[in-house]
Design a protein around this ligand. Structure first.
Ligand code: HEC
Length: 270
């Protein structure tokens, strides 16, 4: 009798575990693969050289379609980011034409960019982008933090404890470096919800020149640009993690002090 009950329970449990898995398989979208990132974990920091390469990929490839409206050129020189020099940022911004005005004649005019300018958008408005590309390319300012995916039960309960916060970067990496697997359909992507994305594979090997000897491969480009997107989405990530650590250290110390204080105060009180 007991054995029957146990068996029944085991069957119900097995079904409960198998059912969601089966439901996932009938769907075309795959779960992104977890990557290791320098900025993960409580002591995570960005790799400056990687952010600089990532910016190069963003600038030469992605920014032809995607905007990053919250990013100013001068941010590229700030601590915690790619940390280009002030002179580099000045030279870089001057390569862009920025609309300004109106001038004294009441007309808008173009001038060379300055470090305080926002990164120029490739399209005047989303409608214009859609008319050309078939869909609106999302602004990249916060994309790496805005995109996530469901890890399902029980992993979503575990994630806060293992400090897993890189769902967005893992999704972007999987989408770009692993998702275009169909040779016949350039818009098929196994990581994009629905399996079909208006953006055809944007990167290919050798497309962007690196000067630091890093491999010029789709994998490397994608890692670098994803790290860059994470930084623009959370420019104060390093500061946040450092503060978090200090707070935890303080709380531990304080808890210790309280414990000994309590022991002293209550010593001999019977
Ligand atoms: C030729 C234009 C073009 C280029 C170049 C391009 N994209 Fe896209 N991208 C798009 C469009 C259009 C969409 C919207 C796709 C859709 O909604 O089906 C998109 C969507 C995306 C998405 C969003 C997926 C989502 O979940 O909404 C990501 C991430 C992305 N692009 C990353 C990149 C990166 C990184 C680069 C540079 C390596 C890049 N793109 C280059 C046009 C482009």
């Amino acid at each position: 009798m007991i054995r029957l009950k146990t068996l029944g329970l085991a069957a119900v449990l097995a079904a409960a575990i198998a059912l969601p898995a089966a439901a996932q398989h009938s769907h075309e979208t795959k779960t992104p693969e977890r990557q290791s990132w320098s900025f993960a974990g409580p002591f995570g920091t960005f790799d400056r050289a990687q952010l600089q390469r990532g910016f190069r990929v963003f600038r030469e490839v992605c920014s032809n379609c995607h905007s990053a409206k919250l990013v100013s050129f001068r941010n590229l020189a700030q601590p915690g980011g790619p940390e280009f020099s002030e002179a580099q940022v000045k030279a870089l911004s001057a390569e862009y034409k920025v609309q300004d005005g109106p001038g004294e004649d009441g007309k808008m005019f173009e001038r060379p960019g300055r470090p305080a300018d926002r990164f120029p958008s490739p399209y005047a408005n989303p409608e214009a982008a859609k008319a050309t590309l078939g869909a609106v390319p999302p602004d990249m300012s916060v994309l790496a933090k805005a995109r996530s995916y469901s890890r399902g039960f029980p992993l979503f309960l575990v994630d806060p404890f293992i400090q897993y916060q890189e769902h967005g970067p893992d999704y972007i990496y999987s989408l770009l470096a692993l998702g275009y697997t169909d040779d016949k359909d350039p818009n098929a992507n196994v990581y994009f919800p629905g399996g079909h994305i208006a953006m055809a594979k944007p990167l290919s090997d050798g497309q962007v020149e690196y000067t630091d000897g890093s491999p010029e491969t789709v994998q490397q480009y994608t890692r670098d640009v994803t790290a860059f997107l994470m930084w623009i989405a959370e420019p104060k990530l390093e500061e946040r993690k450092k503060t978090g650590f200090k707070v935890m250290a303080f709380l531990l110390l304080f808890a210790g002090l309280l414990y000994f204080t309590k022991k002293r105060v209550w010593a001999g009180a019977h």
